[in-house]
Design a protein around this ligand. Structure first.
Ligand code: PAF
Length: 281
């Protein structure tokens, strides 16, 4: 596996591969890799002749009171994991490679960035959309792989790629969970032992919503009640939002037919966790 730190080398490598007729699968990450990330690399490996992964903790998607300075990092272990997954290039740009002096261009995806996490994290999706478009331009992948755990991020990126005619296929990959159901996330590392036990309430609340959907319950209020009740059982769990939304627009639903997304952000202690489940009849 080759490690590349500069944009010029990354782009030259990709241009060379594309000239040879290779297809490039790309997995952008912020590092501290877990099984969820590795599953994206695995799928990229099966669908493409070359795989690029990136690690860049993107400052512009963190708010001023968020965890940029404490975001977990382990480049050595991440490098070994990427190599083990058969990644051809690990792109680890320095921050000044991404937005140096004089930087002044941002991408804003209007509708789907607004609700849910958009309300409590103003500017977050602008930071995500901008860095993802930049990375796509640098790596020039045929396909890029994103986890459904960050469902709103996925919708933002899909909308950007559609609206700006970006020539990359966006692949949505299933959420990977711990044995007890907790969605894998680099931020799970912040949880104490006791909080880790309580954090199972997110996936269990979603399972309660699934039971209602499987019984064809049409009343959204019943789903919200069941999910909220499960979260409130845990002393350190504080919901930021618990919603039932249209999976395409992310707008609230009052009644449920054959497709909906149950989605939540919950603080467990100081750690903000998100999770969701897509229901389709
Ligand atoms: O999901 C992430 O890790 C990040 O938001 C991403 C897509 C790598 C952009 O910084």
């Amino acid at each position: 596996m080759e490690t590349i730190a500069t944009v010029s080398e990354m782009t030259a490598w990709s241009r060379g591969q594309l000239r040879l007729g290779e297809t490039i699968g790309f997995v952008p990450t912020m590092g501290y890799l877990h099984e969820g990330h590795l599953s994206l690399m695995h799928l990229a490996r099966t669908e493409n002749s070359k795989v690029v992964a990136s690690i860049f903790v993107n400052p512009t998607q963190f708010g001023t009171n968020e965890d940029l300075s404490t975001y977990p990092r382990d480049p050595e272990s991440d490098t070994a994991k990427c190599s083990h997954e058969g990644v051809d290039v690990l792109f680890m740009p320095d921050v000044n490679q991404i937005d140096g002096e004089g930087y002044q261009t941002f991408v804003e995806v209007e509708g789907v960035s607004g609700p849910l996490c958009g309300l409590s994290r103003p500017g977050h999706f602008k930071g995500v959309a901008t860095v993802v478009l930049k990375l796509l331009n640098m790596v020039k992948p045929s396909a890029a792989y994103f986890g459904m755990k960050d469902y709103q991020q996925l919708r933002v990126i899909m909308t950007m790629v559609r609206d700006l005619n970006v020539d990359t296929r966006i692949v949505a990959c299933p959420t990977i969970r711990e044995a007890d159901g907790l969605a894998m996330s680099s931020r799970n590392a912040y949880l104490s032992r006791d909080q880790r036990k309580q954090a199972v309430c997110l996936s269990e609340a979603l399972a309660k919503a699934k039971e209602l959907f499987d019984r064809s319950e049409p009343d959204a209020a019943k789903y919200l009640g069941a999910m909220t009740a499960r979260i409130e059982q845990e002393p350190d769990a504080e919901p930021e939002y618990i919603k039932l939304v249209d999976p395409d627009t992310l707008e609230d639903l009052t009644s449920v037919r054959n497709r909906c997304l149950a989605v939540m952000a919950v603080r467990v202690g100081n750690t903000r966790l998100i999770d969701n489940m897509l229901f389709e009849a």
